[in-house]
Design a protein around this ligand. Structure first.
Ligand SMILES: [Zn+2]
Length: 368
């Protein structure tokens, strides 16, 4: 990103009318980028396989040696929700062995740490690999989380895919329940997610498994309203009392009143939405409509959209003119909506340590 304020973001939108604001509040764009990078950040919506960076993709392809596997390439114009799922298929082919999966978890955590994240809730759909059961797949990821040497706290959500059968969905919920009963230091599952191609599957089939997870105390987030015209489905999703909503791009008015009354926070993925063409531009993003909802900037798939969490904050500032104090408040506010449980001693300790980092940053920049 240049310092002359003629900025083109990852989504190709021209940013204008920001020069005076950035000058007044940050001095330069370079300083704004610096501020957003060192800001303690909380990532609540990151898919493991979608977060594999280009560098890691190259390394994994190199290790595979003579392979016909190639990363699909899409231009900004041809990229959309369908091509996004093609990218996922490619990423899944890279993470199809124990060795590669360990490498991917390690690198994704390291990259979020290098981006200034202080807490990361990674999500993944348990898969059966050649020599690994779904339970072993989860265990392996938790082992890598435990080995994380960086100053970033990491926990895991297990994702149910919309295309799952009821049996598959219950299997994942059972895995999540089992893996939630362990200490944070050994890697812990803190909730479940519902994801997958929004044009596919039937939410009603996996709904009973979600209700079971909720009844047993797991928290949940749901990719909700990613595409238009799904009122019937959104109503059903809201009946499961999700603790957070992923995207929430197309929430009909009558459903929105329920989201407001339940005060469900939204995981906002600006670059992802624009590149998938579910919103026209960042300036037109539905984030500005949801006045009474808590909103948290997230990356979704930083490896697919080439946008880390710092960049998501930079884009917010450039498009919606946020001051340093507003950026800080937004980031710190996400602490309220992690799935860490304050009633569990070691998770409470993690929350306190994250809080201390925000306090230190606040003092460093004379914020309130
Ligand atoms: Zn997502």
């Amino acid at each position: 990103m240049s310092n002359n304020l003629e900025i083109t973001n990852n989504t190709g939108d021209q940013i204008d009318e920001t020069e005076e604001f950035v000058k007044q509040h940050y001095g330069t764009v370079t300083y704004l980028e610096y501020f957003c990078r060192i800001l303690p950040k909380i990532e609540l919506h990151a898919h493991l396989n979608g977060s594999i960076s280009k560098n890691s993709v190259c390394e994994l392809l190199k290790q595979k040696g003579n392979t016909s596997l190639k990363m699909p390439h899409f231009s900004k114009e041809t990229f959309n929700l369908e091509t996004c799922f093609e990218m996922f298929k490619f990423m899944h082919q890279l993470s199809n062995s124990e060795k590669n999966l360990r490498f991917i978890v390690k690198m994704v955590i390291q990259e979020f740490f290098e981006d200034g994240c202080t807490y990361l809730e990674l999500r993944t759909t348990p898969r059966q690999l050649n020599n690994l059961t779904k339970a072993e797949y989860v265990e392996l990821i938790l082992e890598e989380i435990k080995l994380n040497p960086h100053d970033i706290f990491v926990s895991l959500l297990l994702s149910l895919d919309r295309r799952h059968t009821a049996e598959e969905a219950f299997e994942i919920v059972d895995l999540a329940i089992k893996a939630s009963n362990r200490s944070f230091n050994t890697g812990v599952v803190v909730g479940i997610d519902v994801c997958g191609d929004p044009y596919a599957g039937d939410f009603e089939i996996i709904k009973p498994a979600i209700l079971k997870a909720k009844a047993l105390g797991l928290q949940s987030t749901i990719h909700l309203g990613e595409i238009d015209g799904r009122e019937f489905e959104i109503n059903s999703m809201l009946e499961t009392f999700p603790n957070r909503i992923g995207h929430g791009t197309f929430i009909p008015k009558n459903c929105l009143s329920e989201v407001y009354s339940k005060k469900i926070p939204v995981e906002v993925c600006l670059t992802s939405n624009v590149l998938c063409k579910t919103v026209k531009s960042i300036k037109d993003h539905h984030i500005k409509e949801y006045f009474f909802l808590e909103k948290h900037p997230c990356t979704d798939d930083k490896g697919i959209f080439f946008s880390d969490l710092s960049n998501e904050y930079v884009q917010l500032v450039l498009n919606f003119k946020l001051t340093k104090q507003e950026v800080f408040d937004l980031s710190k506010n996400a602490m309220k909506h992690t799935f860490l449980d304050s009633n569990i001693e070691d998770q409470l300790q993690v929350k306190n340590r994250i809080f201390d980092k925000f306090e230190k940053f606040r003092d460093q920049f004379n914020l309130i």
